[in-house]
Design a protein around this ligand. Structure first.
Ligand code: PGA
Length: 264
């Protein structure tokens, strides 16, 4: 499979709808001027999805930051189904982000159900994983063990991944690096993404890059180049820096440079 780079913005609970549209317009303007060798994704809050998807169609792919574990239709006040997300023009969903795990107790069977709902609605999934500081402090081996254990949820039937190859990405986001300004070193991030890629190859009999692995956690315009130069890192999931068009575009440009140097 040809290697593709992804630069995905996770807006979290930021921006009003008009602000999200303004940011999208700015990114579109900057991006159209550049060669497109990298895929851009916006993970917006639910109320923004339809408008941002319509505005950015053909240039940026849009996704939701979560979806309900319940099938579409029914008395689940406040829930948003995967089919609703898809009907808004979105094609992606994040599952297992550490903030969902931490603040909403999401884990195990619930995350599996969310991925099943995503598949039913034809959404592609970025499955997020990453260790807390207390685990990282025990050493690299403990961190790898923790993260590979989180990947167990990706196991479907007959050694197939729960979400088909081509529809699934993994984002490695060490919890101690999210929103803290403390980034994993390129070597730390690269080694973990290598371990994730290796695990996918062994478990599912896939090839390198069939399930692309992104890095997330205080990724910015300054450190993106070094992170993307790590062979197992196929892009980034960007929180804070995705809220400023110039920063997000700089990160996307770093990804383009990496693609170009690989092609050269
Ligand atoms: P950050 O967030 O870039 O602000 O650290 C990344 C994420 O949580 O996806």
């Amino acid at each position: 499979m040809e290697r593709v780079f992804y630069v995905a913005g996770n807006w979290k609970m930021n921006l009003l709808v008009n602000e999200g549209l303004a940011l999208s317009r700015e990114v579109l303007q900057g991006w159209n001027e550049m060669e497109r060798k990298v895929r851009l994704l916006f993970f917006t809050p639910y109320p923004h999805l339809a408008a941002v998807a319509a505005l950015t169609e053909g240039v940026v792919e849009v996704g939701a930051q979560d979806c309900s574990a319940q099938p579409h239709g029914g008395a689940f006040t406040g829930e948003v189904s995967s089919h609703m997300v898809a009907s808004a023009g979105a094609s992606w969903v994040l599952v297992g982000h550490s903030e969902r795990r931490q603040y909403h107790g999401e884990e195990g069977a619930l995350l599996v159900q969310k991925m099943q709902r995503a598949v039913e609605a034809g959404l592609r999934v970025i499955y997020c994983c990453g260790e807390p500081l207390i685990v990282r402090e025990k050493g690299d081996e403990a961190a790898v063990e923790y993260v590979l254990n989180q990947l167990q949820l990706l196991r479907g039937e007959n050694k197939e991944p729960l979400v088909k190859v081509g529809q699934l990405l993994v984002a490695y986001e060490p919890i101690w690096a999210i929103g803290t300004g403390r980034t994993a070193t390129p070597e730390q991030a690269g080694a973990m993404c290598e371990a994730i890629d290796g695990w996918c190859q062994r478990e599912f009999g896939v090839f390198r890059y069939d399930i692309p692995v992104l890095y997330g956690g205080s990724c910015n315009a300054k450190n993106a180049g070094a992170l993307f130069a790590q062979p197992a890192i196929s892009g980034g999931l960007i929180g804070g820096a995705s809220l400023r068009a110039a920063d997000f575009l700089s990160i996307a440009q770093e990804a383009q440079k990496t693609v170009k140097s690989e092609l050269a």
